[in-house]
Write a protein of this length. Structure first.
Lengths: 410, 299
């Protein structure tokens, strides 16, 4: 146990003193700070912008009688524009737009048709849609007035508000989507990143032959568990630093984020889900880190690492893709997901997603966690065995068959 | 203390590496484990260090099965290597702590050894900033810092300059004098000959020769004489075909039987101008070639 503690401390120091580790963590924290402070900063610039000119929208109506009503409705719909009624020739209107005197113009060519003139049509220009709506509105009003209804009656009818109320009896997928997504993505990034680090760490010891001494000084099980758990703690510290700083910066700027549903929902994860997240995160991390460590011990040269870990990486990416597709199809209880949520290599992501976005009976969750714990311990012990055999094999990169044969015979 | 390996058998899969290795080493003496590449030396050492278990056989300390919690082993592997990118004192402390030392005791002992090996100035440097020979001295500390009962040195002298080799010799002699068991594995026969009281030669997974080096040499048939002289020609013509000129210029006289030794020696001294005449004793190199070669009689 003392041996394990020594290894854990040494390996953890290896991560925490690593310049890349510190640098990347600080960089991401700064990035988050910038994002979180963005609304506050942009608000500062907006206030000074208030006195700027409002762009001009010209409206040409054939029926002069309606000019007042048209202007009123347009002004109401285009709050950002100074709406001016004009009766100039179309060519003159075009000139005004090209010269920059007006930004755009709506020229009515009939009671239900118009031409929209604008200098550069922006990708996000929604004006034609709004104008269509406004004109529809005017047309309907005119028709009703002609039919003999009073303006008040018409206003009542047109401005009827429908009240709606949604009550979700299971999980609110809309709200849960974002933090599930973030958690899955974080898990994906951390496992790939740290898995590679564990594999490289082991392979470095092997290629620098420090292994010759290590293997005679410590038990392979202590080595494996020490390394993997150290990387897990390091990963966890990094995640807590990143999400913690996000949480702090968010709270500092809370008043500026009030209207953002997505951000709001991310920071409102229920405690229960947070606990599940922790459990699946740690187990999912460990099971992959053990496999990466075992693979790392079988290569002799650092260059071979990337090809050697490929099968594990593919397995993991497969799990990720299944989960992400199921999430976006909003059917997280499909057969593939259900199966995946029991297979230990995929269950950390699959089961967590199902818990977040659907209603999973408690016993199913328990079974999945028990399988995952069992498999993690099993893979841990097996990986320590592979490690012991693998670190002393030099030369040819052994294939899976040889490794298991050697483990079996050892 | 007496270390004893009894009939160790080990195979990896189909491949039999050790088919019955037995030898003994006493504390206070150096023991040479010899053998050609692939003879099973490293496998024997790894079994001795409990890296993997033997298929059968025993490792005994004073007749009792070895207790790895009580017996400390220091190891200088043939494949040298530590963490190149880490600070020397940090990694040395780590290895000493893995050997059950407390941090304080570890640092204290390492500082002693850095001083002893003239390496104190490198204490807080990264390993890869050191020359190869100095890295080797650092590696030696990992084998000695935890004050082990058994010290296993695999090719300890390779890569060391004569001054460092001398330093290492002194250190090894100190350790032997302290009553440790020092196990040498080397292909540099001169060092083995200088240090080791006993040897075991491994060949194809068995010990083909084992015992006290002096006795081994004594047991060779004493039927050859080595003669150093200024005037060899007369002797060559006198003794005829039984006399050959060795590479060193000395003469080698092969006697028909060891019992003729006295008569031959008297004859040489009386009739010729002789600087030196002695019974030929094979060098360790000769013994090694004879017992570690392919055509070896099982022994």
């Amino acid at each position: 146990m003392k041996e394990f503690g020594t290894i854990l401390r040494f390996e953890l120091k290896h991560y925490l003193k690593n310049k890349v580790f510190i640098g990347s963590t600080v960089f991401i924290m700064l990035l988050i700070a910038v994002v979180m402070f963005f609304p506050r900063i942009s608000a500062l610039f907006k206030t000074s912008d208030a006195s700027a000119d409002v762009s001009v929208m010209l409206v040409k109506v054939d029926d002069a009688v309606q000019a007042d009503m048209v202007r009123e409705t347009f002004s109401a719909s285009f709050a950002n524009y100074d709406v001016q009624i004009t009766d100039e020739e179309v060519s003159k209107i075009k000139d005004k737009i090209t010269s920059g005197d007006a930004e755009c113009a709506v020229v009515m060519t009939g009671p239900a048709s118009f031409t929209y003139y604008v200098d550069n049509l922006s990708m996000y220009d929604m004006n034609t849609k709004i104008v269509t709506g406004v004109l529809q509105h005017i047309y309907q009003m005119n028709a009703m007035i002609k039919g003999g209804m009073s303006v008040e009656e018409i206003t009542d009818i047109m401005s009827i508000q429908i009240k709606s109320n949604v009550e979700s009896l299971g999980k609110d997928q809309m709200q849960n989507f974002f933090y599930t997504y973030i958690m899955i993505f974080a898990l994906y990034m951390v496992i790939l990143l740290y898995g590679q680090m564990v594999a490289t760490n082991v392979a470095t010891e092997k290629s620098s032959r420090a292994m010759e001494l290590l293997i005679t000084s410590a038990k392979p099980t202590s080595m494996m568990f020490g390394k993997v758990i150290a990387s897990c703690i390091a990963g966890f510290i990094q995640i807590v630093a990143i999400f913690g700083s996000a949480f702090v910066f968010y709270n500092v700027n809370k008043s500026h984020w009030e209207d953002n549903m997505i951000i709001e929902s991310i920071f409102n994860i229920p405690l229960e889900l947070l606990v599940y997240m922790l459990v699946f995160f740690v187990l999912g991390f460990l099971i992959y880190a053990f496999m990466y460590g075992a693979i790392g011990s079988t290569v002799s040269k650092l260059e071979d690492i990337n090809t050697a870990v490929m099968p594990i990486t593919f397995l993991f990416i497969f799990a990720f893709i299944v989960v992400i597709f199921s999430m976006s199809s909003s059917d997280v209880d499909n057969t593939l997901m259900t199966v995946c949520s029991y297979i230990p290599f995929t269950s950390s992501m699959a089961m967590f997603t199902r818990i977040c976005m659907s209603t999973v009976p408690l016993y199913e969750v328990a079974i999945s966690i028990i399988i995952l714990i069992g498999a993690t311990v099993g893979i841990g012990v097996l990986s320590a065995k592979i490690y012991r055999v693998g670190v002393l094999m030099y030369g040819t990169t052994p294939n899976l068959k040889n490794i298991f044969k050697a483990v079996w015979k050892a | 203390m007496r270390l004893e390996l009894r009939n160790i058998v080990k195979s990896f899969g189909e491949k039999k590496v050790l088919t019955g290795v037995s030898f003994e080493a006493e504390s206070g003496e150096a023991f040479g484990l010899l053998g050609r590449n692939g003879a099973g030396k490293t496998t024997s050492i790894r079994i001795l260090m409990d890296v993997f278990p033997a298929n059968s056989g025993e490792i005994l300390i004073d007749g009792q099965p070895i207790d790895y919690d009580k017996i400390g082993i220091g190891y200088l592997p043939e494949e040298r290597g530590l963490y190149p990118k880490k600070i020397i004192i940090d990694q040395l402390t780590y290895f000493a702590e893995l050997k059950e030392m407390s941090r304080k005791a570890a640092v204290q002992s390492i500082d002693y050894w850095l001083e002893r090996l003239d390496m104190t100035e490198y204490r807080n440097k990264r390993l890869d900033t050191l020359s190869k020979g100095n890295q080797q001295k650092i590696q030696l500390i990992t084998a000695l810092a935890h004050d082990p009962d058994i010290i296993i040195l695999d090719e300890p002298f390779s890569g060391l300059d004569p001054i460092n080799a001398m330093l290492l010799k002194d250190v090894v002699k100190e350790q032997i004098a302290e009553g440790k068991i020092v196990l040498f594995s080397s292909h540099q026969m001169n060092y083995i000959e200088e240090f080791c009281d006993s040897i075991a030669i491994l060949n194809n997974g068995v010990v083909s020769l084992h015992g006290n080096l002096y006795n081994i040499k004594r047991d060779y048939p004493r039927d050859r004489l080595v003669v150093r002289t200024e005037a060899p020609d007369a002797i060559v013509s006198d003794f005829g075909s039984s006399c050959t000129v060795m590479e060193s210029g000395d003469l080698m006289i092969r006697l028909a039987d060891a019992s003729e030794k006295k008569a031959a020696m008297t004859r040489l001294v009386e009739h010729y101008d002789i600087d030196e005449v002695k019974v030929f004793e094979p060098s360790l190199n000769d013994i090694f070639v004879e017992y570690a070669g392919d055509a070896v009689k099982e022994g």
